[in-house]
Design a protein around this ligand. Sequence first.
Ligand SMILES: Cc1cc2nc3c(=O)[nH]c(=O)nc-3n(C[C@H](O)[C@H](O)[C@H](O)COP(=O)(O)O)c2cc1C
Ligand SMILES: Cc1ncc(COP(=O)(O)O)c(C=O)c1O
Length: 200
Amino acid sequence: MMTQAQPDDPFVLFSRWLAEAEAGEPHDANAMALATARADGSPSVRMVLLKDVSDEGFVFYTNAESRKGEELTANPQAALLFHWKSLRRQIRIEGRVHPVKGAEADRYFASRGRGSQIGAWASLQSRPLPSREELERRTADFDKDFGGNAVPRPPHWYGWRLVPDAFEFWVDRRDRLHERYTYRRKSGSDEAWTQGMLYP
Ligand SMILES: Cc1cc2nc3c(=O)[nH]c(=O)nc-3n(C[C@H](O)[C@H](O)[C@H](O)COP(=O)(O)O)c2cc1C
Ligand SMILES: Cc1ncc(COP(=O)(O)O)c(C=O)c1O
């Protein structure tokens, strides 16, 4: 149950819930479903990891030539969903995505393990793979090409920041009479939010 008065800033509540999830969830408390849609409106969804959050928004990294990357390029409207099963909480977030700056993506890419860096070159993410051997061959080839050198970030691998204009915080309650708290960005405002509740 939401026992404290709701903060005026949804990022404050988000950070509090994420910290509680990180203390309790055994794996990937930062995992979130990312929903995208083609320009014609047909949707798709998959999990990604939240790699940065600040007042500016929620950052994830992926291949821009993947299905999600192409959809985000054609239609930057997207939605995120966190569900922490053992906490019985859910957070919905909606907004627009913007690619992060090259230097920010470079910094994150440099922090990844070398195997994942090479994998980002080897994987033609979301395109048909003829055989597992083909992926292994591409991985070995890139590994050899880079030799002992640092692996640069592939130009098609970068982050997007979702800048939210709406949040919904959901808490499980008995008889399915859950609590739903909403925040909507006041038009033209960077910081002011209108709060409300929804029937469960
Ligand atoms: C818990 C979890 C976290 C994941 N995190 C990422 C991620 O941060 N970036 C990514 O590109 N794929 C991630 N994946 C893989 C994606 O779910 C997905 O399979 C892949 O990105 C291709 O999606 P697309 O074809 O819709 O573009 C993750 C999968 C799981 C289960
Ligand atoms: C294909 C892919 N890319 C990126 C990520 C993001 O995480 P990391 O940068 O920690 O590898 C994941 C996480 O599962 C993933 O599966």
